[in-house]
Design a protein around this ligand. Sequence first.
Ligand code: BGC
Length: 745
Amino acid sequence: MKRFLLALTTFALVAGAVEAKTANEEQEAIKFANNIIKKMTLREKFGQLEQFVTRKGVVTGPEGVKRDIESAIRNGEVGSFLSIRKPEEALRLQKMSVEESRLGIPLIFGYDIIHGCKVIFPENLAMACSWNLEAVERAARVAAEESVAAGIHWTFSPMCDISVDPRWSRVSEGAGEDPYLGAKIAAAMVRGYQGDDLSSDKTIAACVKHFAAYGAAQAGRDYNTVDMSELMFRNLYLPPYKAALDAGAVTVMSSFNDFHGVPASGNKWLLYDLLRKELGFKGFVVSDWNAVHEMIIHGVAANGKDAAELALKAHLNMDMVGGDYIAYGEQLVKEGRISEKLVDELVREVLVIKYRLGLFEDPYRYGSQKQEGAYYRPEHLAFARNVAAESMVLLKNNGVLPLQKGVKIALIGPFADSQIDQLGAWRGLGEKEHSITIRTALEERFGKENVLYTKACECGRYKNGLIEGGIEEAVKIAEQSDVILLSMGLSGWHSGESRSRAEITVPADQQQLLDALKKTGKKIVVLLATGRAMDIRNEVEKSDAVLLTWHGGTMEGPAVADLVSGDKNPSGHLTMSFPYHVGQIPVHYNSKNTGRPAKSQFKAQGYSASYVDMQNAPLFPFGYGLSYSEFEYSDLKVLTPTVELGGVVKVSVKVTNKGKYDGDDVAQLYVHDIVAETTRPVRELKGFERLSLKAGESKVVTFEVPTSDLAYCHQDMSWKADKGDFKVWVGADSYATLEGRFTIK
Ligand code: BGC
């Protein structure tokens, strides 16, 4: 039977191979899946809807459903595994499923390839600051190619969660606070992972997560409840998920949080009405880790059986590790609580993606190709170095950077020589041994004799605080040097899932180190390591320059050396506001005007939407980033002062590099809808362009904004643009002052 099925599959695929990219593909896949479904027992169907991890030979799950992997696979009780690190292990399990289970259905292997597989790129928030969509897409493709070699079919990325709360540690995984940029980045990542052929040996399946609104966890506490109006959700949170789906993402992950009072994994409005009926999604949905079972703890299900029923009825296809589908699915059908027709639909959606990945044609293709030469390719490392440099943001510079030739550097701090921290929180299959640290790169660039190094303090998961004698040694080498480079901030462990913080300042011991170094009177350049926006008032005040280096990935060190030496010019721009104080959160550029706006965003004041003890403005706004050059924006021209609804608004601006260094800048266009049906943000990003200008060179940039991009959610939840007057600004950050107007007729 199993052989027959495989033969059938091979036939279907060979016959259908040519049409793989046509509309027929879907029909072929559905037909193929239906043929298998006819042969499946109810238990095998629920098996396809289960994803497990393997730990010490057992598959996980709630009490009573633990069983050994091998019999689970042979019995057809598993459709997928996640987080298998070794291709040999993936291959072993795949063989078992294909050759020893009754129907021989291949497994699909998922993994968190979040910002790189072997070559680790900067964390996603950092990469977004490059505003370089081509680079983001290529980074995803590099990750996909390495994943294929490692036997991975499917990544749990892109994370499309907008967040305005840097206390939430998972901001490192997203693109920042803006839905327009977030949407562009989400789509670029999907294109990078999936290409236009899922069955190619250079692509893998993407997963849009965490659906939905996970980034709005109250108080920035991971997994916390989310509650917001549907209007806000549609305006600010939905666009990146939608863009990723429009780009063709074939899977979606439901989030941990509840939304409008119902946990996402059992939320039929989210997973069916919105996702499938309104947004037209046809792939499959996997729950987040144990999220189906956690509906008991949320308090909407009395037990695992109820939780499975809720999730199945919400049209959630795959249960990640919880085990409730396989434990209770059959009973639910037998008792008439779930129809077998629904189960068939859920199974079909999973099988169709397996088919489209080419798994039925050749289940061993992934990972079985030569791994040698597939990982850490020199051109990928060179590319990662560029991406890291473009992601770093120069926040302050009083002229100390770029460093003079022949300077003697005191390199100090917990992250200057930490191969692990620079990889950030999600490291895919990246090995720290491949990381080139700031220390190694500076020694190479400036000469070993010109770089004195000491760590001075620890910062990470297990060790924290000043090293004995650390300050003394740091001061000593600082005194022997011309300039101090202080690599400080938060470790890789402080980013990603479950690392929420109420304090977003640099830890106190590192501040103590800074104070001691300040007393030496030497110039100080802070190299800020972080995966989130932080309150760095203190560091900005006490230093001469601040370069935001993030967790810059495998090639962070060389990228830092490129920038501080002036071999490259900083060009990153923030995609998340850096608050002035944690108490301002949420602080983001696209706020509402209110009926009583503050007269100044920079002064404390009463009787307005402001504080009486602090400014409203963040320390560094969205879009902000310096360069060694100065870019002047002039001659803003609205080329279409009036435009028909459905037309395109055209605005041009002249950008001149007034400095003495060649460099890149990111020209940004913002609009404000002056009178709308519902209140609109004071500014909204609606266009951007990264441009390269030689010293002294000018360029005219013309933005084209389709009026459809000015659509927003109305009271009746419709999404459309209105006629009326708009303001428009162009500049190098969200404070841009060059202003024009246009009217939509
Ligand atoms: C995270 C997801 C991740 C999943 C699988 C969960 O805890 O929230 O983002 O994809 O684990 O590792």
